[in-house]
Each structure stands twice: as C-alpha cells, then as structure tokens.
Design a binder for this molecule. Structure first.
Ligand SMILES: Nc1ncnc2c1ncn2[C@@H]1O[C@H](COP(=O)(O)OP(=O)(O)O)[C@@H](O)[C@H]1O
Ligand SMILES: C[C@@](O)(CCOP(=O)(O)OP(=O)(O)O)CC(=O)O
Length: 454
C-alpha cells in the first residue's frame, strides 16, 4: 500500500462585514458551507530526475484538466509546468509548501498525485452529468475549469486550502507528528501557508476571510496586516534559503493578529443561498468602493463606522438568540414561530437584528449610488424585500462584495422557499442552492470514498 489520504474544506458566505473586513479594525461574520472542495493525495517513489519532484494535479470533473509540475530544491522549488499550462493557485501552493519544508524534503516520495473534486454548488450545473459512488457525487463538466461559470462560494480558497493540507501531509509524513486536521498547531501551519499562496496567486490582497473559513469553519474573522505577505522576499535563485527562512518566521513565529473565533447561526435558524446567475467581479467592485472611500473622507469613514456599529448589532443579536435558546427555550420557540405565523406580536430580539440589517443595507445603497459599484443594485433590493415577505425569513443580504451573484437569507429551519417561490415571476432568476452551514473547516476524509470517481 502506498501513501493515500484525502482532505476537504468548505466554501463560504460572508454575511456581515463585506468591504469593512479589508481593514483589520473591523470584524466579519463568515458562515462556512456544506459544499466542499476535496483533495485526494497519493505519493510514491518512481523513476525521476535526481533531486526533482513531480506534482501531478488532476481535476477530472473539468474535462480532465491536469497540471504536471516539476520542482527541485536547486531551483528554489519554483514550479515548472510540463506543458506550459498555468494555474497560479496550484503553483503558489507547491512553491510555498516545498519551501516551508525546505530541510525535510530528502525522504519525500518523488511523485505526488493529487485529485481535486468540488461539490456541485461551486459551479453552474448546466451541461453536467453526475458521477457518483456510495459516498459522494460530483458534477462533471464538458469544459475546463476556467471556462465554467462559478457561483461565488470561494473555489480558489477551498482549492488552495485542501491542496496545502494534502501536500503538507506528504511532506510531514517523515516528521514525528504526521499532519492531523484536528491539531491546532497543524491547522495554523496549513492556514498560514494557504493564505500566503492565495494572496500571491490572486495578485491582490483580499481580506483572507475565505481561506480562514475553509480552514476553521464558521468564524468571526478579522484580517491580518497585508504587509505580512507582501513583505516576503522574492525567491532569489542565488540565495534559495532566504525565502524559506522568512516563510518559516511568518508561518510560525510572527503574530498575525487575526481572529478566527468559531460561531454558529442561532439554533433553529438556517442559511439559505439563492444563486442569481449573473456574476459580478469582486476586484472591480472593491476598487470602486476603495476609490469612493478615499475621495469622500471623512464622511465615508462615518458611513463605515455606522455600518460597523450595525454589523456588531447583528453579531450580538445572533449570539443573544443562541443564549436565549438555552436559557428560555419556550420563549425562544415562540419567537421563531412568529417568523412563520405572524401574530402581530413583535419581538425586540428579532427586530434589533432586522433593523440593524436594514441600516447596513441602506448604507450600502448610498455607497452603491455614490461609488458606481453595484454593491446592492436595485434589482437585488427588490428581491431581498420580496424575500422578507416569505414565510420564516428573518433577514437577508447580498453576501460578500454584493453585486448580482447571490442572495443570502437567514430563516427558520423548516422554511421551504423552493415551493413558495416556484412559478413566481419575481423569483424566476433565483436558483436556491442545496447548502447548509457546515460544522467543520478543514477535515480529513476517507480516501476510499473517492474510488471510481476519477
Ligand atoms: N476544481 C478545481 N480544479 C482546479 N483549479 C480550480 C478548481 N476550482 C478552482 N480552481 C482555480 O481557482 C480559480 C478560480 O478562482 P477565483 O476566480 O478566485 O474564484 P472563486 O471566487 O471561486 O475563488 C480557477 O480559475 C482555477 O485556477
Ligand atoms: C469585498 C470583500 O470584503 C468580500 C468579498 O466577498 P465575496 O464572497 O464576494 O468574495 P469573492 O469570492 O472573492 O468574490 C473582499 C474581501 O474581504 O476579500
């Protein structure tokens, strides 16, 4: 038996804290999703050029996309793709993981094969067929990964996180404590390496909430200083150890000052995501909002502070509901029932959250108008307002960067929006995604559960 392991990591929805989370002063409420990215890894010694390693990454679901990289210590582990194919996310993971384990690569098997799988909700499901076994089912597309539309659940962050875990597991195999996805120190190593790789591959410094959720699950997140990653030295072919030293210091010794406090939606409530099927470009939205912010100081700061005050009200409101569900379950049950069958009685515990979300949305509509970035465009306003009249819905937002991608609702667990909105003209562009809040971030899977899916 050779070396075989598998890992998975969840997608994300940023419910509260969009844009503000780019600044480390502000916190965001991030829900990890039941839709996951998976990496199945095997490793063996095969005939290979002396001192070089081959990392073969396959994405069978996307027209058998494949990337075959060769790396060697003397080249600073800079990956060269055998067929000149590029996938910056895969490249940066290989580069960073090998450089991190710089002194411990001698015994590592020289061929590492990794199969990537992604759950169906990450991508448009048009023109797909399902391949399944007893444990898993995946959608297969006729096109390559770059030609299939995404739904915005964070495929690259999930990919980078599972790939980092898979490669770390192989490179740590010789160490005293093999990679354990429940060990806090190991999670920190995977998280920090994945953040570095993701930032470098994106070529912009996002807040990293997506990689943090992929690693830690649903969290209250605040970001690290962007300089931590951008200050890493470039790989210098004459001093290949320099990058290793800086990376080890960054991953192990420097305090990133991030928060990854675990959170859970209030008991009895669930997340519902509707894919709106149009697509927005986060990078462009962020650039426009940043420009607006700089050009409108100090008023823009006041708007951000107002949004933040209300973000915190939502976060505290959710946590109060969770407490209430334990201290006064009878009363809590009535509160939730009022969302399904309005009796005229108002519950301040719900109104506080609804009012805070309305204020946040109002402020984002001001930003939308003034910046030209469609954070909450009017078509999404109409949709969210219509959702507020559906049975069981507590509140709803355009998640993350906003735009035309999706809507996220928080509703009672028994809410069945599919039936309620079927055949309704105002919901004709919405497809409800089959997702739930996930309990775990990165986790180990049984590699045998992927047999026959490749
Ligand atoms: N299943 C996969 N196999 C290989 N690469 C993938 C896969 N899923 C995502 N990627 C990589 O991530 C990129 C998409 O990243 P990005 O544009 O940041 O989208 P997202 O918002 O979903 O993270 C793809 O172009 C590809 O390089
Ligand atoms: C604007 C943001 O704060 C949130 C963007 O959230 P999305 O969920 O829209 O993210 P993408 O998957 O990258 O498109 C930028 C950030 O925090 O990186």
């Amino acid at each position: 038996m050779g070396y075989n392991r598998a890992f998975s990591a969840p997608g994300k929805a940023l419910l509260v804290g969009g844009y503000l989370v780019l600044d480390s002063r502000y916190k965001a409420y991030v829900i990890a999703l039941s839709s996951r990215m998976h990496a199945v890894v095997s490793a063996a010694n095969e005939a290979n050029a002396e001192g070089s390693y081959r990392v073969l990454v396959t994405s069978a679901q996307f027209n058998d996309d494949q990337w075959s990289y060769t790396v060697s210590k003397k080249e600073g582990f800079l990956p060269a793709e055998d067929n000149n194919r590029t996938n910056p996310f895969i490249e940066q993971v290989i580069f960073n993981v090998f450089n991190y384990f710089f002194d411990n690569v001698e015994q590592v098997p020289n061929v590492i094969r990794i199969q990537i799988f992604s759950d169906p909700e990450y991508h448009s499901q048009e023109n797909t067929y399902v391949v399944s076994n007893k444990y898993k089912h995946f959608n297969f597309h006729k096109k390559g990964i770059t030609d299939v539309p995404k739904t915005g659940l964070g495929s690259s962050a999930g990919l980078v996180t599972v790939l980092t875990a898979a490669l770390c597991s192989v490179l740590m195999e010789e160490s005293l404590t093999p990679l354990n996805a429940t060990n806090a120190e190991h999670l920190k190593i995977v998280h920090n390496l994945a953040q570095v790789a993701h930032c470098q591959a994106q070529g912009k410094i996002g807040s990293g909430f997506d990689v943090a959720a992929a690693t830690y699950g649903s969290i209250l997140y605040n970001r690290f200083a962007p300089d931590l990653v951008s200050d890493l030295p470039k790989m210098n072919p004459k001093h290949i150890r320099q990058y290793h030293r800086a990376l080890v210091a960054l991953v192990e010794r420097i305090d990133w000052n991030i928060s990854t406090e675990r959170i859970k939606l209030p008991r009895g409530l669930k997340l519902i995501m509707g894919d709106v099927n149009s697509g927005s470009e986060t990078v462009k939205l962020v650039a426009k909002v940043k420009r607006w912010y700089q050009e409108n100081l100090p008023r823009s700061l006041e708007i951000y502070e107002k949004i933040n005050d209300n973000n915190m009200k939502v976060i505290v409101g959710f946590s109060k509901l969770n407490q209430l569900s334990e201290t006064n379950p009878e009363y809590y049950k009535k509160i939730l029932e009022s969302l399904i069958q309005p009796s005229g009685k108002k519950y301040v515990e719900l109104e506080e959250i609804q009012d805070a979300v309305n204020t946040i949305r109002e402020q984002f509509r001001i930003i939308t108008q003034e910046s030209g970035a469609d954070v909450e465009p009017s078509i999404q306003t109409e949709l969210l307002d219509a959702c507020m009249n559906l049975k069981g819905v507590l509140t709803g937002v355009v998640p993350g960067a906003g735009g035309y991608d999706a809507i996220s609702l928080i509703a009672t667990e028994n809410t069945e929006l599919f039936q309620e909105t079927e055949n309704r003209e105002d919901f004709k562009n919405v497809s409800w995604l089959k997702i739930k809040q996930a309990d775990l971030g990165l986790m180990e899977e049984d590699y045998l559960h992927y047999k026959g899916l490749e």
